[in-house]
Ligand binder design. Sequence first.
Ligand code: ZN
Length: 285
Amino acid sequence: MLLFRKRKSLGLESERKQLPDGLWYKCDKCGEILYRAQLERNLWVCPKCGYHFRIGALKYKEIMLDNGDFDEEIAPNLESLDPLDFPDYKAKIEKSQRKTGLKEAAIAGVGHMGGKKVVMFITDFGFMGGSMGSVVGEKFYRAAQKAIELGIPLVAITASGGGARMHEGIISLMQMVKTSLAALELEEAGIPYIVVLTHPTMGGVMASFASLGDVLIAEPEALLGFAGPRVIRDTIRQELPKGFQRSEFLLEHGMIDMVVPRTELKENIVKILDILEGNKENGQS
Ligand SMILES: [Zn+2]
């Protein structure tokens, strides 16, 4: 019961709601009963109140890329080792693999958006909370290198409740440095880097590559930050303002550039890429 209450208070849905497989769904926010096909058509956004149901990396890939898939996947078979011999780590990886159909908490590849060639990198909350271990870091690094090699933009979509993955200890924390350097290399090479922050993006992921994009876009009402609101509240012993660390609050305070509903994400990213391309042709940076 305690665990259930804890998850609820963080605004994280249960596993059942993450991986919907029934015909009817009740919206967590407005309580509307929705038909699966209707939700699917609306990219898992409640047509009544705009609540964004959680979707996984494979779904984002499908809705964002022109053919619904990569033309070429980057390092598809990389799997985490267990460098610290951490209790139950291997079993947890295997469980996440079965649950998500992914090898690790991130996928990356080359594809097209609105006819434009891009590298896309996506993390999946369903795989150990989307936490960043050595494979997630390495995949981001390779995605950035691919974007530089091909001279095309990098689009990253993040969902990571856990930040760094404690099961890999310091190796996991080192991925913050590695991915931050990869983002710096993108900047030095003049490669556009766009980040889409989805609910939740926290900890070491938010504190490294997820906050280093040229343009930071967030889905509505996503929880985004380093430490969670409850930790901050208990540390400073003060009530936090309404909507603290949610997308809209961060937009208002200048931490992100745009809040865009999932149904309009692709067209907006294509528009931004158009503008950035235009600037490049005109010799501006
Ligand atoms: Zn709703």
